[in-house]
Design a binder for this molecule. Structure first.
Ligand SMILES: Nc1ncnc2c1ncn2[C@@H]1O[C@H](COP(=O)(O)OP(=O)(O)OP(=O)(O)O)[C@@H](O)[C@H]1O
Length: 254
């Protein structure tokens, strides 16, 4: 489903991603972990097709983002969507919630997914179905983002993220801005949606406990290099990179 092949990226003269390669299969959740500044968000931007790599390839469902023409890239990009730490990043403050949720469907009218196809002609109905998928009450649909709680806003951002039923949802620290009591609810929701729609997740997190709960595989970035790639069963295995062990130890202390 996703292949990242020998990808390097610099900002000005600083190399922030160094020869990164990994693959993801449909339906899997890969945890991308690493310290601040290790290159996680930069890698996410390359996979979202909103930044270009200097070297290497990002191939999603067989389409190589680097070699696509503008229109083809636009079409390919709909298969990958993102949910960010701050839900306000994906919700326009001037738009009512229901409008924000269906915006991707308006941008890609030919890509309405099977679960919305029956109500394709009725935009509000599509928004209602999306709201119900993320456990939000219908009566919130006319509100603006600032009239929702943090957890409700993140649910709305998730509704927007799944609206095109992407192959890959990039979850970039999706619970870090939320109260601890809400975090587990959002993780459970993401797990349910992943199963229902057979999406793959690239789950970027500092929170090892959340990553363990979500992911079946891990990739560890250190200063722009992929130093470890392993299945969740091998988290405490003897082959773990010393840096991975350090991250695990730090997580167990906190
Ligand atoms: N637009 C940019 N211009 C210049 N340098 C950048 C830019 N974006 C990121 N960087 C640098 O690239 C490196 C990797 O940043 P990135 O945001 O990918 O790290 P990260 O692992 O996501 O960090 P965090 O966990 O703190 O969000 C950092 O040194 C950062 O300062």
């Amino acid at each position: 489903m996703l292949e990242v092949k020998n990808v390097s990226k610099s900002y000005q003269l600083t190399l922030v991603l160094k020869d990164i390669s990994f693959q993801m299969a449909q339906g899997e959740c890969l945890g991308l972990i690493g310290g601040s500044g290790s290159g996680k968000s930069t890698l996410a931007k390359l996979i979202l097709g909103i930044a270009q790599c200097d070297e290497g390839e990002v191939i999603l469902n067989g389409a190589d983002f680097q070699s696509l023409k503008k229109g083809e890239l636009r079409r390919a990009r709909r298969h990958v969507q993102a949910v960010f730490q701050d839900p306000s990043a994906s919700l326009n403050p001037k738009l009512r919630i229901w409008k924000s949720i269906i915006e991707p469907l308006e941008n890609y009218p030919d890509a309405v997914p099977p679960f919305l196809i029956e109500v394709k002609a009725d935009k509000r109905k599509m928004a209602e179905i999306l709201l119900s998928k993320v456990g939000l009450q219908q009566d919130l649909m006319n509100r603006y983002p600032h009239q929702l709680s943090g957890g409700q806003r993140q649910r709305a951002a998730i509704a927007r993220g799944i609206s095109l039923q992407p192959s890959l949802l990039i979850c970039d620290e999706p619970t870090s801005s939320l109260d601890v009591s809400i975090q587990a609810q959002i993780l459970n929701l993401l797990r349910e949606l992943k199963n229902e729609f057979n999406m793959s997740y690239l789950f970027i997190s500092h929170d090892m406990a959340a990553a363990r709960y979500m992911c079946n595989r891990f990739a560890v970035l250190k200063e722009g290099s992929l130093v470890d790639l392993f299945s969740a069963d091998d988290l405490f295995g003897v082959n773990r990179h010393p840096y991975t062990r350090k991250l695990i130890a730090a997580a167990m202390e906190s």
